[in-house]
Every structure is written in structure tokens, then in C-alpha cells.
Design a protein around this ligand. Structure first.
Ligand code: UGA
Length: 402
């Protein structure tokens, strides 16, 4: 069993750390937010993720999972350090590497053992090379460092399940022995392993996310056409999905993709395409189509009221960017609330987990009461069988029975 440190306790870092402790490794997670670390130490996850709290509490109890703000303390016994910090989008679409660079410097200045640094964050091609150079240039101890790329494929809301049942583990290494150690680290998961060089591993992640995002935009455009032609798009998706070359997954039409990954990663790979003189026209179109999907939905609602929603009560079911998460990043709900309120509507919303917005009501009944129209925005299970007594329901996720 290994001694591991994880920098960053966001989605990816926290879930990775917790699962590694669950499979027997000793893990210390580092975050510079002291308040967050104090909460984590009590076994409470700051994010809503089914199953995570239980695994955290269990592994803290058996002394396999620790949290700290102190890099030196975490690196003292560790031979493996994960980087799992954010790579937000900068103004031109490129991934912002500020947090990654800082993590590299923190590693260089605090490691005391030979270390394998594993890059979990989604980073542009060439970043692992760059980070290895930054670490080596800033090292204060005489130790050996290898950087290995190991992109993450978990989905929010299914994160624990996805780590244990993933389709593959991608390991991109320049030094074979370093790749072998990463393979051993995950061996208890018994998942297919893909070994590549670092640059290919980095590209696998972006190309996968961009492909899935494109698949969603594709079915959304087909859905719009189906609606005009009185065709049931769900039957179309089922019929297409049975072709194993296509597959049914990610063919659910609706308001389009949101969240912390697809919007930013499609922009980042599109930026790489433009930068290298090979614009990714399909991905660029998928991005446009995704935004268009929200606009189209908004216009359906506005058109129903002949463009005048002033004083109208609009009920909104679901706020999170998808079910089983409390994440609002790039959520279509935020766009719709902003636009509807700009037009003078009063929005009342209900989400089983998101409770902090000014528009939030305590119950579905509070949303439906006196609503002039109801918008279904997130496909939480509890909305699926619901009977809504309202003359106008806009189903943004194709889940309500007619
Ligand atoms: C996504 C990928 O699925 C993960 O493999 C990847 O690890 C992660 O990004 C990441 O890069 O970290 P996530 O953003 O958590 O995961 O959520 P998804 O379940 O993929 O959904 C993304 C968006 O697509 C959501 O807004 C969802 O509503 C939308 N979607 C998904 C559809 O509109 N239709 C579909 O059929 C599927």
C-alpha cells in the first residue's frame, strides 16, 4: 500500500483521495482553505455527492484519510502526489494554469522523498512536460521526480460509482517504471488500463469530453427538427442507440450541457485547434448549438406569452446543472432566471438540493401555486412521475409524460 498526497479538494481531488483510502492507501488531502479543511476533518463533504460522506467518515476513522493545509506535513511520508486543482477558462477560451503552476512550486519546495507526481486535472497537451520542468527547476531537496498524466473520467453525481466501475484508466508516462507504479496504485479497482505517452493521455481527456458534448449538441439539433416534424426524438434516440457503433448514452436531448467540464473543455480544445491552425469546426459548432438550445427554450416561453412576461409567475423545477449534484456552474437555470427576470417575470424555483438562491421555494407546491407557466429544467427523479396541473408546462429535459 502507498502513501499518497492529493493537492486540491474539489470534486476530482476529494473523490480520488477518498477512493484511494478506501482501497487501502494512506492519503492526505491538501487544501489552502483552512475552514474547508476543518470541515473535511469532521468527515463532512463540502459538496453534495451520493455516498461520499460515508466513505470519508469510514476512512478517517481507520486512520487512512487525513486533511491538512500544510504541504510539508502531507509530503513527509508520501512518494506519490496528485495534482487535482482547477483549470478554469480564461478570457480567450484557453485553460488557465495558474493553480497548476502554484501546485508545481509547492511540490518542488516541500517534497522530501523521490516522488511520482500524478496530474489528475484536465490540462492542455504539453502541460505535464511543462510542470515537470517547473518542479525540477524549483526543487529544494535532492530527490527524483517523474510526472505522470492520469486524466479523470468521473461524472459529478456518480463519482464514486464511476471510479469503481470506470471504462478505463489512462496512464500517460515517459518513464515506464513511474507508469507501472501508478498502475499498481489502482490495481485493486481491476479496470482496463490504457498506457500512452503523456501528451496522448492529455489529448484523450479533451477529445473524449468534446466528443460527448458534440453528441449532445447533435441530438439536440435532431430534437429541434423532430419537434417541427412531429417525430418523437426519444424513439429516434432509442433506435439510433441500439447501433453499438453509436450507443444510447449521451443522446438525451434538452437544454444542453452545463457544469464545470464540458463548457470549459470544449472551449479549451477549440482554442488549441485555432492556435495550431486547425480549427475544430465541429466542436465550435457544438458549442454554438449548445448555447442556442437555451435561447430557443427561452423564446418558446416568451412566445407563449406573446413576448410579455411582465409580472407573470414562472415556476422552475430543478436548478442544478444536472440531477444528483448541487452544482450550479454553467447551469441553464441561471441563464433562464436572469433572462426571465430581465423581462419582468417572477421566478419561483424548487430543487431537491440547491436551496440558497433568492428564487428558491421550500416545496414543489410552492412553485406550482399560481404559476402562469412551469419550466422543467433539471431531470431529478422525483419530477419524473409528477402530475402537474398547469395549462403550460415546458419540459426542458423530455422527461414528463404527456
Ligand atoms: C463530464 C464527463 O461525463 C466525465 O467523464 C468527465 O470526467 C467530467 O465531465 C470532467 O471532465 O471532469 P460531468 O460534467 O460531471 O462529467 O457530467 P455529465 O454527466 O457528463 O453531464 C454533462 C452535461 O451534459 C450536463 O449538463 C448534462 O445535463 C448534459 N447531458 C448529458 C445532456 O444534456 N444529455 C445527455 O445525454 C447527457
Amino acid at each position: 500500500m502507498k502513501n499518497v498526497a492529493v493537492i486540491g479538494t474539489g470534486y476530482v481531488g476529494l473523490v480520488t483521495g477518498v477512493v484511494l483510502s478506501e482501497i487501502g492507501h494512506t492519503v492526505t488531502c491538501i487544501d489552502n482553505d483552512e475552514q474547508k479543511v476543518n470541515t473535511l476533518k469532521t468527515g463532512q463533504s463540502p459538496i453534495y455527492e451520493p455516498g461520499l460522506d460515508e466513505l470519508m467518515a469510514k476512512n478517517i476513522d481507520v486512520n487512512r484519510l487525513y486533511f491538512t493545509t500544510n504541504h510539508r506535513e502531507a509530503f513527509e511520508k508520501a512518494n506519490i502526489v496528485f495534482i487535482a486543482v482547477g483549470t478554469p477558462q480564461s478570457d480567450n477560451g484557453a485553460a488557465d494554469l495558474t493553480y497548476i503552476q502554484q501546485a508545481a512550486k509547492d511540490i518542488a519546495q516541500n517534497i522530501v522523498n523521490d516522488t511520482i507526481v500524478i496530474m489528475k486535472s484536465t490540462v492542455p497537451v504539453g502541460t505535464n512536460d511543462l510542470i515537470e520542468t517547473v518542479i525540477k527547476e524549483n526543487l529544494v531537496s535532492n530527490v527524483k521526480v517523474d510526472v505522470v498524466s492520469n486524466p479523470e473520467f468521473l461524472r459529478e453525481g456518480h463519482a464514486i460509482y464511476d471510479i469503481f466501475h470506470g471504462d478505463r484508466i489512462v496512464i500517460g508516462a515517459e518513464v515506464a517504471e513511474a507508469g507501472d507504479i501508478v498502475e499498481q496504485l489502482f490495481s485493486a479497482l481491476k479496470l482496463p488500463i490504457v498506457r500512452t505517452n503523456r501528451r496522448s493521455a492529455e489529448m484523450i481527456k479533451y477529445a473524449s469530453n468534446a466528443f460527448l458534448a458534440t453528441k449532445i449538441s447533435y441530438i439536440n439539433e435532431i430534437a429541434n427538427l423532430c419537434e417541427k416534424m412531429e417525430v418523437n426524438v426519444l424513439d429516434v434516440a432509442d433506435g439510433m442507440g441500439l447501433d453499438h457503433r453509436i450507443g444510447r448514452a449521451f443522446l438525451n436531448p434538452g437544454l444542453g450541457y452545463g457544469g464545470s467540464c464540458f463548457p470549459k473543455d470544449t472551449e479549451a480544445i477549440a482554442y488549441l485547434g485555432r492556435k495550431h491552425g486547425f480549427p475544430l469546426t465541429i466542436v465550435e459548432s457544438a458549442i454554438k448549438a449548445n448555447f442556442h438550445q437555451r435561447e430557443l427554450f427561452l423564446h418558446k416561453v416568451l412566445d407563449y406569452f406573446n413576448g410579455d412576461v411582465e409580472g407573470k409567475i414562472i415556476g422552475m423545477l430543478g436548478l442544478a446543472f444536472k440531477p444528483n449534484t448541487d452544482d450550479l456552474r454553467e447551469a441553464p437555470s441561471l441563464y433562464l432566471i436572469e433572462e426571465l427576470e430581465k423581462h419582468g417575470a417572477v421566478v419561483k424555483a424548487y430543487d431537491p438540493v440547491v436551496k440558497h438562491l433568492a428564487q428558491c421555494m421550500d416545496s414543489v407546491e410552492g412553485v406550482l401555486d399560481r404559476a402562469d407557466a412551469v419550466l422543467l429544467v433539471t431531470e431529478w427523479d422525483e419530477f419524473k412521475e409528477m402530475k402537474i396541473e398547469n395549462s403550460r408546462v415546458f419540459d426542458g429535459r423530455y422527461i414528463l409524460k404527456k
